[in-house]
Design a protein around this ligand. Sequence first.
Ligand SMILES: NC(=O)c1ccc[n+]([C@@H]2O[C@H](COP(=O)([O-])OP(=O)(O)OC[C@H]3O[C@@H](n4cnc5c(N)ncnc54)[C@H](OP(=O)(O)O)[C@@H]3O)[C@@H](O)[C@H]2O)c1
Length: 415
Amino acid sequence: MSTIKIALLGFGTVGQGVYQTVHSHQEELSAVLGKKVEIAAILVKNHQKDRDINEGILVTTDFREILQLSELDIVIEAIVGKEPAFSYLKEMIKRGSHVITANKEMFAHHGGELKILAEKHGVSIGFEATVAGGIPVIQTITQLLNINRVTKLEGILNGTSNFILTEMREKNETFQAALKSAQQKGFAEADPTNDIQGFDAFYKLMILSELTFGRQPDWDSAWREGISSITREQVLEAKELGLRFKLIATVEKSGESIIASVRPALVSPSHPLYAVEGVENAVSIYADIVGKINLQGPGAGMLPTASAMIEDLIHAVKPRIIERSFRLENDVKEVFQQKKTKQTWLMIQKEALEISRDNTVLVSKIDSSKGLYIINADERTVKSFSERNGRANFFQILGEYHLKEQETPSLAFFN
Ligand SMILES: NC(=O)c1ccc[n+]([C@@H]2O[C@H](COP(=O)([O-])OP(=O)(O)OC[C@H]3O[C@@H](n4cnc5c(N)ncnc54)[C@H](OP(=O)(O)O)[C@@H]3O)[C@@H](O)[C@H]2O)c1
């Protein structure tokens, strides 16, 4: 039986997961591929660390040693940051190796360039592990929804933020206490900025946008907001209304624009993302023929991420390449109208409302002593009010929300 030789770039959480899986699932790999899979080399940064690696495998800190290997079919990259990962993958593609990456930051910035280079050199590029860990969202969109026109993706793409929000609600904790608990459990880095400020979810969303719509939106025009300013009081007030805070990533096409946002929203029990708790991730795919598909599962971790990379390995060796067409003309009007449609928001405004008569909006007071109002307005109106009145917080409510009897609707005016 012939052998597929692979190199691992990085031997941290993800690299070790791939290493273990190649060994634990050798029988399945051989059965599917008709070939053995062998790890030939591993690139690390620090040669001094103790590692449990079989003898005979080249372990090096020098990338040139990997580049010079005479036989190398696939490179699996799981290092951190844009560089040197991007440069390494370019080199490996040029030498004719298939590449598979888990590195979302690098791929959000350089994925387009790598895809073009891979096509030019006749190799494949796998990136399932860059989005939502073990959930096969990339394969679902590229391999299983070939004729459907995908119009919108919406999901929870960052397990750390979701864990923190879940802890705050369930254990009545402050943001800082929940963050500390996430760090102690290994769900958050010592520097949690990428996760709690929404960058990690944003990188994943950009990868999904490019995959689904053929391009990314202008990064500066997209709404990216993290969860660090959400207070325990806000979480508990939302809980009393039967709502849960979630960091929601959304991308959809509107006219010639791609509209993307990562921001905290409130989710009601009727919405599929309501039940996504702790470090879990989920993605809802809206497509014109099938309707809505919900995928949910582990968004990170050693084995879930290795699972995504090993499945990419199968596709690299036994490709079923289908190009998405990105034809969305017929959907455009419908999506555009959706954006103009009024949505339901919870406004938390502890001080007196400043009202002008330029625009009418139905405001239902839930409890004005607590400064809670339900607003029915389009996004533009809410944004404009929010920009003028920094003290008010707005959170869109996803899913059905019915006013309770004591929540008396009244008409107010603001712009
Ligand atoms: N952890 C997850 O659950 C998860 C899930 C999905 C995607 N990812 C992505 O996967 C990648 C790896 O994550 P991880 O959690 O496995 O990270 P990690 O545990 O910190 O491991 C990183 C590995 O990369 C090596 N490395 C770092 N810089 C290097 C360089 N310049 N040259 C060579 N090797 C270098 C490190 O070497 P040393 O061992 O010598 O320090 C280490 O083995 C990241 O891009 C991450 O965003 C992670």
